[in-house]
Design a protein around this ligand. Structure first.
Ligand code: HEM
Length: 201
């Protein structure tokens, strides 16, 4: 059997699924509210029930998002020369002719994805709680709706791209979010600097 290396810990995997499932249900129910889609409302037992589910899923999502900072925040803030070069060649996604520099545990696209989800997640949660809990300040509620909808636009673009990159586009990656493991050979190819630091090159 191929030798494996651990990329994700079990608490990271569990938290990722809590974050992912709550986020996807929030996106579906939020979409239902935005366009008043009866079919989506009835999936949740009507619009009133969907509102309660949406509000509390927001609490679950933001707690898991804050918890995820312990997993990804430090890495997401560190960029070296290879990362800067990665941006110049767009990660090799636009052409097979460019040379993609060697990467560490996460590539800059993943780091920026994390920071975008964190910023948009905090904005959507704060504005959501304002809409939920504040009743007597029309100006603030209007602003909260604007922020909530703008942050929603980020999620509806970033999350499907992330799911595609974590599954079909990069075979072998999805397993990381199931059992945390990645084949050593694949890890050496994709994250050579991380493997070198771990003494596995
Ligand atoms: C259900 C669909 C999803 C799948 C299949 C999926 C898949 C994955 C995979 C395979 C990784 C590991 C990548 C690696 O270590 O190289 C990952 C990481 C991550 N996922 Fe997801 N994910 C999903 C949904 C979500 C959602 C909805 C969010 C956030 C709202 C999210 C946030 C993250 C973050 C922050 C990371 C770590 C940093 C990164 O790799 O960008 N995921 N995901």
């Amino acid at each position: 059997m191929a030798e494996m290396v651990r990329k994700s810990s079990s608490d990271e995997i569990i938290n990722h699924w809590i974050m992912a499932l709550s986020c996807i249900l929030l996106i579906i129910s939020g979409y239902g509210f935005l366009f008043q889609i009866e079919g989506i409302g009835s999936l949740f037992g009507g619009f009133n029930a969907m509102k309660t589910v949406h509000n509390w899923l927001g609490v679950v999502f933001v707690l898991s998002l804050l918890y995820s900072m312990g997993h990804y925040f430090k890495d997401a803030l560190e960029y070296d020369d290879d990362d800067r070069q990665w941006f110049k060649v767009a990660g090799g996604y636009l052409s097979h002719k460019v040379k993609v520099p060697p990467m560490g545990k996460y590539n800059p696209g993943q780091k920026l994805y994390y920071l975008a989800i964190l910023a948009a997640g905090i904005a959507i949660a704060l504005s959501g709680f304002a809409i939920w809990l504040i009743q007597d300040n029309a100006g603030l509620i209007l602003l909260a709706h604007l922020v909530h909808n703008l942050a929603f636009c980020i999620f509806i673009i970033a999350v499907p791209v992330h799911i595609y990159l974590g599954t079909l586009a990069n075979p072998g990656t999805f397993q990381i979010m199931v059992n945390g493991m990645v084949p050593l050979e694949l890890a050496r190819k994709r994250y050579p600097k991380w493997m070198k630091a771990a003494g596995k090159m």
